[in-house]
Design a protein around this ligand. Structure first.
Ligand SMILES: [Zn+2]
Length: 203
């Protein structure tokens, strides 16, 4: 399911809980874990956890397509691949709410207009700061660039470590997950796809 769809955002807003209620929930989890939320070291923990969660999940309040709509055209007719490599991100898996730590690479082929490079990094951040699966996030990044800029092609490649796999469950510390989405020319042109993948490993 596409968690960026307006319908879901609306549901999230309708279910808005107060900060107090959220802190209370953390207190409950502390008790459930077997500790005393009243002891000194834990007294401010619910507040701190919710402060952290405000950052981790700030992406729900932002629209990537809004950022990507600020384009400029004065690039002397540049029409080849624009790539932003090694964009680090932290996200949280939607199944366990545990960190996903990874690196994204994005490329697109502009049609007349380009976008400020920092906006691509921002796009990764907006989708990372939500509850995610890596597959969904990869697709959302590609689709939002595609929708906002209507380029000839978009490529997104993500490599990440899921702490729900490395620190619990099957506990495989060195496992990483790779996902990619190719749209437009990147999907149909193998040379272009190879060039993109080559830049990831060599450039
Ligand atoms: Zn998980």
């Amino acid at each position: 399911m596409d968690s960026s769809s307006p319908k879901n955002v609306k549901v999230a807003l309708q279910n808005k809980v107060t900060r107090k209620e959220a802190e209370k929930a953390v207190e409950t989890l502390i008790k459930w874990a077997g500790d005393d939320p009243e002891r000194e070291g834990l007294r401010d923990t619910p507040k701190r956890v919710i402060n952290a969660y405000e950052e981790f999940f700030s992406g729900y309040k932002e629209s990537a397509e809004k950022y990507l709509s600020k384009t400029f055209e004065d690039v002397q007719g540049y029409q080849d691949m624009v790539m932003l490599k090694d964009i680090p991100f932290n996200s949280h898996c939607e199944h366990h709410m545990v960190p996903i730590i990874g690196i994204a690479h994005i490329a697109y082929i502009p049609v007349k207009k380009v976008v400020g490079i920092s906006k691509l990094a921002r796009t990764v951040e907006i989708f990372a700061r939500r509850l995610q699966t890596q597959e969904t996030m990869t697709q959302q990044i590609a689709t939002s660039i595609n929708n906002a800029m209507k380029p000839k092609g978009v490529a997104v490649f993500i490599k990440a470590i899921h702490q729900c796999m490395t620190t619990r469950g099957v506990e495989k510390p060195n496992v990483s997950t790779i996902t990619n989405t190719f749209l437009g020319d990147f999907k149909t042109n193998n040379d272009l796809q190879s060039q993109f993948l080559n830049y990831i490993s060599n450039a």
